[in-house]
Ligand binder design. Structure first.
Ligand SMILES: [Zn+2]
Length: 342
């Protein structure tokens, strides 16, 4: 089985974006604030938006199941207050839930949280619990920077985040550490802000002792870990300076990287540096990089090709990356699959 642990609903019907634009307008003019009930998207529209896009590419490329969350750049936690984020998160999560119900063999949900800058993260717990308990979601996306590129929140090792971690451990769900759109002109959203955040989150964990407090906490750092694998020697050296244990013991029981790296040398580097147990298959399709690489003639985000072509990994290791690791890091996903006899 091939499990893609990183997919977003980037192809939702346009009515969603229209509703969101009205909601944003309603922040300044409350009389213009739309009701949730004014957003109407039929099952047929949902089906069409998936069949012609994600599902088609999954079938063409040969992946079976995608862990599916709301469009990351649309989370935009910096817009409005907690109530705005809360309503928006509930809508986006429900759509992913409906997709998972329409295509139960191909999609399973991961939640966005109703984060808002300066608001206590524990306010996200009701939405998180609803998504896991009522919708069968198997993970969350946790935004380390709800300000959208201004980094006004404490590091992920700060106790302010602990209520989320306690709930994650209790429910056995990992968090993908995933920022949203950048509203800082210095940082391009997917080319800089995402990768900065991946690198930043990792270094926060290296500098702290979070996993001493939460030995069962699991973070997935997407986009191949940002700069982390490439600069592994720097992180090892910094950890040593800080008198931390070896990274294998300090963070690698808890931190995992996905394969959203869009060229062969990058994937080969990831698999040379990072232990196979810590690498999970993902493509983030349909996401930021949608074009065809003129050097190969294939889509950049067709990441399965790079795993297939790897001469570093054995067939068993490839299967671990495709399936085994995901089942271990996402216990609820494993349980949902086993319940179907898979
Ligand atoms: Zn993503």
């Amino acid at each position: 089985m091939i499990i893609d642990i990183h997919g977003h609903y980037t192809t939702a019907p346009k009515a969603l974006e229209d509703w969101r634009n009205r909601q944003i307008a309603g922040i300044k003019d409350p009389s213009a604030m739309p009701k949730v009930s004014e957003l109407k998207i039929s099952d047929d529209e949902l089906r069409a938006s998936i069949i012609e896009n994600q599902l088609k590419k999954m079938q063409e490329r040969g992946s079976d199941l995608t862990v599916f969350s709301p469009r990351a750049s649309f989370m935009a936690h910096h817009i409005g207050d907690f109530n705005v984020s809360s309503t928006w998160a509930a809508i986006c999560n429900e759509l992913c839930y409906r997709v998972s119900q329409l295509f139960p063999d191909n999609f399973i949900g991961a939640a966005m949280l109703p984060q808002s800058p300066g608001v206590d993260p524990k306010t996200c717990i009701p939405e998180l619990e609803k998504c896991v308990k009522d919708y069968g979601f198997v993970a969350i996306n946790l935004n380390p920077d709800p300000s959208g590129g201004h980094w006004t929140s404490p590091p992920l090792t700060d106790r302010v985040w602990y209520p989320i971690y306690e709930k994650m451990v209790e429910l056995q769900i990992p968090a993908m550490i995933h920022v949203s759109t950048s509203c800082n002109a210095c940082f391009h959203t997917t080319g800089a802000h995402y990768l900065n955040a991946d690198t930043t989150a990792f270094m926060q964990c290296v500098a702290g002792d979070l996993f001493k407090d939460f030995p069962d906490l699991k973070f997935v750092i997407p986009h191949g870990g940002g700069a982390v694998p490439y600069h592994w020697g720097r992180f090892r050296g910094l950890a040593q300076e800080m008198k931390k244990p070896l990274l294998e013991d300090h963070v690698l029981n808890n931190i995992f990287f996905d394969t959203c790296v869009y060229h062969q040398p990058g994937i080969d580097l990831l698999n040379t540096v990072i232990p196979v147990e810590n690498v999970l298959f993902a493509s983030e399709m349909i996401g930021a990089v949608r074009g065809i690489d003129p050097k190969t003639g294939f889509y950049y985000d067709d990441t399965k090709r790079y795993i297939e072509a790897s001469t570093i990994l054995t067939p068993e290791e490839k299967q671990q990356i495709y399936e085994g690791n995901a089942r271990r890091v996402y216990p609820r996903l494993d349980a949902a699959l086993k319940a179907k006899g898979k």
